[in-house]
Design a binder for this molecule. Structure first.
Ligand code: AMP
Ligand code: MG
Length: 539
């Protein structure tokens, strides 16, 4: 049986006013939160990867996944009955500047469904053709960026980081022209579509746009939609059928969005993820990681690193700046909500609370990562702070370093040996171990001694300590060069590495004997290769 028996339930288009214009022409759309638009047919839809877990969550069985119809539907070549395809309208601050209307320029939501597990999902195709919001661009996406989005969405989920999901990756069969490095060398690339899945794709920019235009009714309907559908626990019920969205509910909701954003930043920092384009149009109102573009994974721990060459000048979206940018974005959202509630004081207090929320979360995450939750708090913070100062002094692989700490049997370490011998267990995490001499060696050894001494005070068995630490320090992450290897193969017509990586990243905290090659230092060739350490917004 190859069919889709979805229970459709189109929350967004039912709750939020739509654009009366039916023609798919690029324009400013005023007073509406979405426009009706259908995907554009393509020459040769072919499924090249899918996520088993997402298919199952949506109630799609494996026979259906294998059917031609699945490839046609999720590449935008066939509509299922009852769907209501649309593109959403939103604005955003890009790189710190107000950019006006942006909207879904190449994302088309097919519609929304009630999932068999009593959840709710929007099915959204990215790269399925132009929309009224496409501005000067083509509405398409290339294979390389689609492979990256597909793999990273699923990898983040399995790491326990809130994220939009990816159901499928299809080739369209059409070519797309891109100037990958924006340096005057356009070339044809293969087009692809990812079907993304989330309870909602509403962004901070959804609220900023009507606020900037003085469209208070639209702003109110977006806020009411979001609270009623996605934060129902915040409603003050003044009757079973008509719980109202009061000023207090709006304030409580903003507090929750601020908290979720701070918590998401803690998660990104914990696993070494750098989003790369944290514009307000790329921040989810649900606190999900959304819009995988020129993201990257920290290899050497460098707070100043950004994978995004488009951001190379100001490095606004560098690893170490993400928490502050989260804060800046929350304050932009607060500004937009000010048009709805006169309670400016509460909004400001929430914006101010962000820093403390992040600081507490990050403090706790570092304690977890270091296995020092039960240690003296003051000493634990000193040890953590010194480590964060130390790590950038020589290229140190973040993932390997923290994973290695969990494997050390702290009671067995001999603290009387010379510095070089002492730090031997850590040496596998350095890209240039020869640099560990003189002052750096001494400082590293001093840190390691105090770390071991403090760890001993927590009185954990080696096994208990290892399993607690390994549960927060992944062994396997989507290293930039691994994604690039999968892309190189896919561009040449071989798709095996995509499910292979997906399978690896399904269990990022497990040892997975036999797969250690995926957990080693980045190879030297990847240091400067485009796609591995440098990515542009071109996608
Ligand atoms: P991003 O920062 O990549 O999330 O995109 C910023 C804006 O540009 C969003 O409104 C996107 O929908 C739009 N956009 C990006 N690429 C394309 C494309 N190829 N065609 C149409 N719109 C696009
Ligand atoms: Mg975006």
């Amino acid at each position: 049986m190859t069919g889709f028996d979805f229970t459709t339930d189109h929350w967004y288009v039912n709750d939020v006013p739509g654009d009366p214009e039916q023609r798919n022409v690029r324009r400013q759309v005023n007073g509406a939160g979405w426009s009706p638009v259908e995907p554009t047919a393509t020459a040769g839809p072919t499924l090249i990867a899918h996520s088993l877990e997402v298919a199952e969550q949506l109630g799609i069985n494996e026979d259906t996944v294998a059917s031609d119809r699945f490839a046609r539907v999720f590449s935008g070549n066939e509509l299922i009955d009852g769907m209501q395809p649309h593109a959403m309208n939103y604005g955003g601050h890009q790189f710190g500047n107000w950019a006006g209307q942006l909207g879904d320029g190449r994302a088309i939501a097919l519609g929304e469904i009630a999932t068999p597990d009593d959840g709710h999902a929007v099915l959204q195709l990215k790269g399925a053709g132009p929309t009224p919001y496409s501005r000067g661009a083509d509405g398409r996406a290339v294979l390389r960026s689609s492979v990256r989005e597909f793999l990273c969405s699923e990898a983040m989920h399995h790491l326990g980081v809130p994220t939009t999901r990816a159901l499928s990756l299809t080739l369209t069969g059409d070519d797309v022209m891109r100037d990958m490095l924006y340096d005057g060398h356009p070339a044809n690339e293969q087009g692809a579509v990812v079907c993304r899945v989330a309870p909602s794709f509403v962004r901070f920019g959804h609220f900023e746009l009507p606020a900037s235009r003085g469209e208070i009714d639209l702003l109110r309907s977006l806020v009411e939609h979001t609270i009623r559908r996605h934060f129902p626990h915040l409603l003050t019920a003044d009757g079973p059928d008509n719980p109202s969205v009061t000023d207090e509910a709006i304030v409580a909701w903003f507090q929750e969005v601020s908290n979720r954003t701070a918590d998401l930043m803690v998660d990104w920092m914990r696993v070494g993820f750098v989003h790369g384009v944290m514009n307000t149009d790329n921040l989810s109102i649900l606190g999900l990681t959304i819009d995988y573009g020129p993201y990257g994974w920290l290899e050497d721990f460098d707070p100043g690193w950004t994978p995004n060459t488009t951001d190379a000048g100001g490095k606004r979206y560098r690893y170490g700046n993400q928490p502050q940018i989260g804060h800046w974005n929350v304050s932009r959202l607060g500004g937009a909500l000010h048009s709805l509630t006169q309670d400016a004081e509460s909004l400001q207090a929430i914006v101010d609370s962000y820093s403390e929320r992040f600081a507490q979360g990050w403090d706790r995450a570092l304690a977890d990562k270091l296995g020092l939750v039960d240690a003296n708090v003051v000493r634990r913070r000193e040890v953590a702070a010194e480590l964060l100062d130390l790590l950038p002094l020589t290229e140190t692989d973040m993932t390997i370093f923290f994973r290695t700490l969990g494997d050390i049997e702290v009671d067995e370490v001999d603290l009387t040996v010379d510095d070089t011998t002492l730090i031997e267990p850590l040496i596998g995490s350095y890209y240039a171990p020869a640099e560990l001499t003189g002052e750096l060696l001494e400082r590293t050894a001093t840190w390691f001694r105090s770390y071991i001494e403090l760890s001993r005070t927590t009185h954990q068995t080696a096994d208990a300590r290892r399993s607690r630490m390994h549960a927060v320090n992944p062994k396997y992450v989507l290293r930039n060069y691994l994604a690039q290897l999968a892309i190189d193969k896919a561009e040449a017509g071989g798709y095996d590495m995509i499910p292979e990586l997906l399978d690896l990243l399904r269990h990022p905290y497990d040892e997975q004997p036999g797969r250690e090659e995926y957990a080693t230092l980045r190879p030297d060739w990847a240091r400067t290769r485009v796609g591995c350490s440098m990515l542009s917004c071109s996608s």
